[in-house]
Design a protein around this ligand. Structure first.
Ligand code: BG6
Ligand code: MG
Length: 218
């Protein structure tokens, strides 16, 4: 029985994945490092400091002391926070408000499993916090996606069994985390990247409660 749906935030609830990309691109430009959409795929779902390592990969800067790396990650976050400061409820991705309403009507719990320390602020700006009964705390995580920890934490906060949950993700690392948590996975994006999911949809516009219930044979 489907008890809960646990959502990723960036790229699933709102298009902040694009802001992460633009913020890393701005930092890479400042540092004179190459960066691309392809490389950006590897950053999706990955923590800020791990993402920085991928951005610096292959450059001298990869050997900077930790304090300097923290400063660079802080610069990226400054760019990012400027962008998310303009988010409004109109930035909820297509179909998301309807889906969240419909899950609520059916008594299915809703949780958030975002690796982003900025997630609570983004939910507030979107006016979306009221739909979520539990928000996993990215600051408490020992292991990032693809480790299942964050999805298991959200399920525990909701008081539900992982096997009765669906996770929704736009990142390959996130789909892997959902599967490792023993949940059913829905991927939003290209089958090339998200083929490991139980269901892949091109966009949130194609996502509705009926499709989620079907995964449990309802
Ligand atoms: C994830 C994003 O949700 O959060 C990653 O997919 C991002 O791209 C990570 O690096 C951490 O976000 P933040 O806001 O804490 O830097
Ligand atoms: Mg994401």
């Amino acid at each position: 029985r489907l008890e809960a749906v646990i959502f990723d935030l960036d790229g699933v609830i709102t298009d902040s994945a694009e802001f992460h990309y633009l913020a890393w691109q701005a930092l890479a430009d400042e540092l004179g490092l190459p960066f691309s959409r392809e490389k950006n795929e590897r950053l999706k779902g990955v923590s800020r400091m791990e993402s920085l390592e991928i951005v610096l990969e292959g450059s001298e800067l990869a050997r900077l002391p930790e304090a300097e790396k923290l400063r660079l990650a802080g610069k990226k976050n400054d760019h990012y926070r400027q962008m998310i400061g303009r988010i409004t409820p109109a930035d909820l991705l297509p179909g998301i408000p309807e889906l969240l309403d419909s899950l609520r009507e059916r008594g299915i719990s809703v949780g958030l499993a975002s690796a982003s320390l900025n997630a609570p602020q983004i939910l507030e700006r979107l006016g979306a916090a009221h739909w979520f009964q539990a928000i996993a705390d990215a600051a408490e995580l020992r292991k990032g996606k693809p480790d299942p920890e964050i999805f298991l934490q959200a399920a525990e906060l909701l008081g539900v069994t992982p096997g009765n949950c669906i996770g929704v993700e736009d990142a390959a690392a996130g789909v892997a985390a959902i599967r490792a948590a023993g949940m059913k996975a829905v991927g939003i994006g290209a089958a090339e990247q998200l083929g490991a999911a139980d269901l892949v949809l091109p966009s949130t516009a194609a996502l509705d409660a009926g499709k989620l219930l079907e995964l449990f044979g309802h």
